[in-house]
Design a protein around this ligand. Sequence first.
Ligand SMILES: C[S@@+](CC[C@H](N)C(=O)[O-])C[C@H]1O[C@@H](n2cnc3c(N)ncnc32)[C@H](O)[C@@H]1O
Length: 243
Amino acid sequence: MLEIDVLTIFPELFPPVLDAAFVGIARDKGLARIDVHDLRDWATDRHRSVDDAPYGGGPGMVMTPEPLIPAIEALAGEKGPARAAHVIALSPQGRPLRQARLEELAAEAHLVLVCGRYEGIDQRVLDLAVDEELSIGDYVLSGGEVPAMVLVEGLVRLLPGVLGNPESALRDSFFEDLLEGPHYTRPPVYRGQSVPEVLRSGDHAVIARWRRQRALERTRERRPDLLPGDIDRKDRAEDVEGD
Ligand SMILES: C[S@@+](CC[C@H](N)C(=O)[O-])C[C@H]1O[C@@H](n2cnc3c(N)ncnc32)[C@H](O)[C@@H]1O
């Protein structure tokens, strides 16, 4: 069971994503526990404040150490070797999230996800209470809630027992550093475009080879950066050309 606690000032954004599809199935099956907490519940003033003006001036507000640090510590314990949970702050300045990191995180027992808002989070929160910062891409959103949902979606489908057919995760993009090739379903001809004959041949070995070739081609065209090393890249290119 993967346990996830999310800290946010917008808990109302989460229910549809947590209740539907595979995330809902994982929770119903007891494979994941996901709880969303309102950061303002840890605020101590009557305005339930979570932000203040930045030192040094500048636009916008910054999320303050209180109530954020007490909230994180209530969910994860104090930072250090005794802490059982792994605390992740979603941030455009974090390490870019990759499938390989998702696979590692899916093996954790307990994650705490911290959603930033405003101009971001006071650096002391990151230093004193956060274990890792993750970015979902090189662009800026208004808050960490959608990035946290991205993380939850990506993690949950990796948990054993969630996907109906576990093999589908092994065919997905980024498995073995490849993008997945094209899919087709009925009808066999649509607006003059036919499904490749090989997919209707019933020959599973030929189909598997065709799929791998298309995956290699697509990766080479769209994401050559995924193909590691010159030698490997050459081998894979030959693999495609030899098709
Ligand atoms: C408006 S953004 C703050 C951007 C910050 N001033 C900067 O320039 O890096 C507010 C919050 O949205 C979240 N966020 C925005 N873009 C993100 C991204 N690409 N990945 C992860 N979190 C993001 C973070 O939690 C961030 O604290």
